[in-house]
Design a protein around this ligand. Structure first.
Ligand SMILES: CC(C)(COP(=O)(O)OP(=O)(O)OC[C@H]1O[C@@H](n2cnc3c(N)ncnc32)[C@H](O)[C@@H]1OP(=O)(O)O)[C@@H](O)C(=O)NCCC(=O)NCCS
Length: 160
C-alpha cells in the first residue's frame, strides 16, 4: 500500500509532472491537449508550488514517488472552511485507492475547520463520482473561464 507523507519543496517538479499526466487524462477531451499543457504550465509554476508546500496554512500531501498529491488551503470567502484546491493521481494508478487515501490524509489535518469545499468541472465525471461517493454534496454551480472558454463547474462541500 502506498504511504502518504507531507510534500517537500523538492517535490514540486514531480507534482507538476503528475498534474500534467492526470490533466491530460481528465481534460484533453474537454479542453484539448495544447490548452491543458498551457494551463498546467501556468497553474503549476514551481515557485508557487514551493510556496504552497511551505505555507503554514496550506496542507500538501503526496503519495510515494509522487504518484498523487492533494492540496488544501483556507477558503478565502468563508471562515472555518477549507478548500480542496487540488487532488490528482497518475492515470495509470487510478482505482487503487490512492486518491481516497490522499483525501483522508488532508481531511485529518483540518481540526480548525468545520467544512471542506471544492470545485469540479461539470464534465469531469470521474471527479464527480469520486467526490459524491466520499460524502460531498453539490451546493451550487457557476460558469468559469478556463483557457479563454466558458465552462460549467459545480461546487461541492461536506462537514468535517
Ligand atoms: C479523482 C481521482 C483523484 C481519484 O483517484 P484514485 O486514486 O483513482 O481514487 P480511488 O482509487 O481512491 O477511488 C477510485 C474512485 O475514482 C473514480 N474512478 C477512478 N477511476 C475511474 C474511471 N476510470 N472511471 C470512472 N470513475 C473512476 C470512482 O469514483 C472510484 O470509486 P470506486 O473505486 O469506489 O468505484 C483521480 O481519478 C484523478 O486524478 N482524476 C483526475 C483529476 C480529478 O478529477 N481530480 C479531482 C477534480 S479537481
Amino acid at each position: 500500500m502506498v504511504a502518504i507523507r507531507p510534500a517537500r519543496p523538492e517535490d514540486a517538479e514531480a507534482i507538476r509532472e503528475t498534474a500534467l499526466a492526470s490533466w491530460h487524462a481528465a481534460y484533453d477531451d474537454l479542453l484539448g491537449g495544447e490548452t491543458v499543457e498551457a494551463l498546467v504550465e501556468e497553474w503549476y509554476a514551481l515557485d508557487g508550488l514551493r510556496e504552497s508546500i511551505e505555507h503554514p496554512e496550506h496542507v500538501v500531501r503526496v503519495a510515494d514517488d509522487v504518484v498523487g498529491f492533494a492540496h488544501i488551503g483556507p477558503n478565502p470567502n468563508e471562515e472555518h472552511v477549507a478548500e480542496l484546491l487540488r487532488l490528482y493521481v497518475r492515470p495509470k494508478r487510478w482505482g487503487e485507492g490512492i486518491g481516497s487515501r490522499l483525501l483522508a490524509a488532508v481531511e485529518g489535518e483540518l481540526a480548525d475547520y468545520d467544512r471542506l469545499t471544492l470545485s469540479v468541472l461539470a464534465e469531469n465525471e470521474v471527479g464527480i463520482g469520486f467526490y459524491e461517493k466520499r460524502g460531498f454534496e453539490r451546493e451550487g454551480e457557476r460558469e468559469v473561464e478556463v483557457g479563454g472558454e466558458s465552462y460549467r463547474e459545480y461546487r461541492y462541500g461536506k462537514g468535517i
